[in-house]
Design a protein around this ligand. Structure first.
Ligand SMILES: Cc1cc2nc3c(=O)[nH]c(=O)nc-3n(C[C@H](O)[C@H](O)[C@H](O)COP(=O)(O)OP(=O)(O)OC[C@H]3O[C@@H](n4cnc5c(N)ncnc54)[C@H](O)[C@@H]3O)c2cc1C
Length: 386
């Protein structure tokens, strides 16, 4: 199907091309994928291999291309201006409660009816970014719909921001268990601290995974996300994080009371974690957990590579030998946020390294023997095929 000059690097399964956050082949700039072949970002994790899933990733691709072509074709969004403001005469920032309430309502209404996030769990979601003027007097929130979360994080890395998506914990369960203990389908509200002036963005945000926290809203059989039970908690999250963003302070943990229950028995379980201790309980390794990532490794070398893993603290910070990957072969690894993987050659030389950052997706690729950086240098944006 491909001429020799544009053969995409495929994942180890031999089916899907390895893509960047723009659904673009990593080794063929300007070769974009829609439909079933765009499933490499969510293979075995979401619905991108089916029509009910890829209709949304295809729409996302159209919007990505629109944003690349011209700044006029902006991603659909809603502005919430001055959600927090402060003047020199007043010590404390003032929260615009009506705008915070409207923002929370927008997010919950979208969770209730937005179909892209529901079908493309972990992959597509709505998101809000907090931005302010240089003097940090006013904080504006911009709410985007149905973004690929990886695309959003790449675009606004360094800014304070919050995403709304879905996921599940051991959802394959008997019906009576779902009735008694919930469906385990959950709304994930991830929040990231950052610099609302974008200053870090200009100097380049610090490398490596950013701090983050996760609030989990559990679903029951008849959840209405717009119910009064959820809104006040989300308003608290948004207001606190907006104030912190304007003040430029690192986000402190929210002190939270016991889980609250709605009239349908939906439980709101805040689970706070920062990047240094994403302490998701591992239930015998069986249930899908919020920090889990599928890492697809491809070896493009003509010799064996040896994979080693370093787990984040509190585990020992030592390289553990893991797997051999044969020439032109590959493998799929179960990995976790903040794991670091490296590939060694026969002579123990380090051939590549991959740090797992959940912001880069639920399915990630580690291609040994190929450097996106080298490709960018050999083929700058302006020289690419239009
Ligand atoms: C048995 C089965 C049951 C399924 N059931 C469901 C279901 O119930 N619900 C659901 O959502 N999904 C289902 N799917 C999945 C769904 O059908 C596919 O994911 C979907 O059809 C893929 O669409 P696509 O446009 O990406 O690719 P395709 O439909 O595969 O289209 C690719 C097209 O490209 C053409 N082509 C290939 N090479 C070339 C070339 N070199 N030059 C020009 N043209 C070329 C092919 O002929 C083909 O027409 C099912 C799949 C199968 C196989």
């Amino acid at each position: 199907m491909y001429s020799a000059t544009v053969k995409p690097i495929l994942q180890a399964n031999g089916r899907f091309p390895v893509l960047n956050e723009n659904y673009e082949s990593i080794n063929n700039p300007n070769l974009f994928y829609a439909g079933n072949l765009a499933h490499s970002h969510d293979f075995k994790r979401s619905a991108g291999g089916f029509i009910h899933g890829f209709r949304y990733t295809a729409r996302a691709l159209v919007r990505i291309l629109g944003e690349r072509r011209t700044q006029i074709e902006q991603w659909p969004h809603v502005e919430f201006p001055s959600i927090v403001s402060r003047s020199l005469s007043k010590a404390k920032p003032e929260i615009n409660a009506a705008h915070i309430a409207a923002l929370a309502k927008q997010a919950m209404e979208r969770l209730n009816v937005g179909s892209a996030a529901y079908q493309m769990v972990h992959v597509l979601g709505d998101a809000v970014v907090f931005q302010c003027d240089k003097r940090q007097e006013r904080l504006n929130a911009t709410y985007f719909e149905e973004l690929p979360l990886k695309y959003f994080h790449q675009k606004f890395r360094g800014y304070p921001r919050i995403t709304f998506s879905f996921g599940y914990f051991g959802q394959a369960r008997p019906f009576d268990q779902s009735i008694q203990t919930g469906t385990k389908f959950e709304a994930f509200v991830w929040s990231f601290p950052g610099d609302c002036t974008g200053g870090k963005q200009r100097n380049g945000p610090p490398p490596g995974p950013e701090d983050r926290e996760l609030f989990r809203f559990e679903e029951s059989l008849s959840t209405q996300w717009t119910e009064a039970a959820f809104l006040p908690d989300l308003e608290v999250i948004l207001a606190k994080r907006a104030v912190d963003s304007l003040k430029g302070v690192h986000w402190e943990k929210l002190s939270w009371g016991p889980p609250t229950f709605s009239k349908h028995g939906d439980k709101i379980t805040p689970l706070l974690a920062s990047a240094s201790h994403l302490g998701f309980a591992i239930a015998a390794g069986k249930e899908f957990e919020a920090g889990e990532v599928n890492l697809w490794v491809r070896n493009l070398k003509k010799s064996n590579v040896y994979l080693q893993r370093m787990a984040p603290p509190p585990a020992d910070q030592e390289w553990e030998n893991h797997t051999i990957v044969h020439p032109s072969g590959g493998t799929k690894l179960e990995s976790w946020h903040l794991d670091i993987w490296r590939a060694l050659g026969e002579d123990d030389a380090v051939l590549g390294q991959h740090e797992v950052d959940l912001s880069n997706g639920i399915v990630q690729d580690f291609v040994v023997g190929f450097s996106e950086e080298e490709l960018r240098q050999s083929c700058p944006q302006e020289d690419r095929i239009p």
